[in-house]
Design a protein around this ligand. Sequence first.
Ligand SMILES: [Zn+2]
Length: 447
Amino acid sequence: MSDILIRKAAVVVTMNTARDEIAGGDVLIRGGVVAAVGQGLAVPAGAEVVEAAGCVVSPGLVNTHHHLFQTLTRAVPGGQDALLFGWLKTLYPIWSRFGPDEVFVSAQVGLAELALSGCTLTSDHLYLFPNGARLDDTIAAAAEVGLRFHPTRGAMSIGASSGGLPPDALVEAEAAILNDMVRVVDAFHDPRPGAMVRVGLAPCSPFSVSRALMRETAVLARDKRVRLHTHLAENDEDVAYSLAQFGCRPGQYAEDLGWVGEDVWHAHCVKLDAAEIGLFARTATGVAHCPCSNCRLGSGIAPVRAMRDAGVRVGLGVDGSASNDAGNLAAEMRQAMLLQRVSLGADAMSAREALEIATLGGAQVLGRDDCGSLAPGRRADLAVWDVSGLETAGAWDPVAALVLCGPPRVRDLFVEGRPVVRGGQITTLDLPRVIERQVRLARTLAA
Ligand SMILES: [Zn+2]
């Protein structure tokens, strides 16, 4: 792979320790890694030059929560206006008809959508495996699209007949779940710096698995040195379920079962109280903040300002496309900023803080100290945003404009130094053909 020099950007946003922003900046990529960042870098022999005049270059955005399979159930009638539990009950029967093709194609679509919104690293939470679907199907899709991927092996084990929310047909036996968790970690997890795939373990939620499975999964994750992920304190119904079934709030539930620590991140956390925020800060537990999904399901406004002030690590997530229903991570960055402002005032979150949460914050939540900033030695995951067009015409501050005038689409996207988007087009997929397959699958499901 030859060197790539991205040259003369309007601004390079480094997200390095000093948060340097370099006007007229260059970034040199060599061997999948950022080799140099600065002004007027020399063009190495044989290097490809990417002119970036009129562009902001930033670290790639990091998505910390998604259910890629849900791109096949966007805007489903009956689920459009429901709260979390009613929404799930509408969708479970549809998802039970999925198989490997549905999981693979929906992941291709979701990953392409993320890439075009500037995302270079995404996690995914796949928690149902009907009709032979496997985590392997999403990993194959990510390899094809070219995004750095943290799939998590989810699970549901408590069906409706045992007091859980999902139908019995969608739950698995706990022994089989644990066996498959071991299989996918051994087959796919790469702990090395620069890894393109890292596997996490992720029982779906307190209302769909047993406490025993939560505890055993935590033990297994620590044995295998992989990360833990689940949904927590998403809305009032979720907290009420915890109080009624477990006699405690979600934070206590997580702590009792070994689900706090540097290697754990929880999605949503809309309803964390002050004591729970303190617990997360003390234990370095991470949060995937999903602002559009929280709005869409009427869940509430997550206390992100209080979390950040307390030192909690926070990243952004688009959440599944059945509750968003977009998978545009740049839009989440803007929504995160707006939501804190509508609840706390215009100085509650700056555009630059939202960009930091979307890049460096997400990388920290996923344990990737090799990603999330543009500094020598970091992985070459970066987004080139054209700010010379209509949406930003007249903007005085191109970096703030990414968020305030957003959501923008990327012009170019590089992951591990490889182009995934060039000139606003995905380079790794025949996108029209993928969309056609997706539409056909969605029609069959609807019929
Ligand atoms: Zn979710």
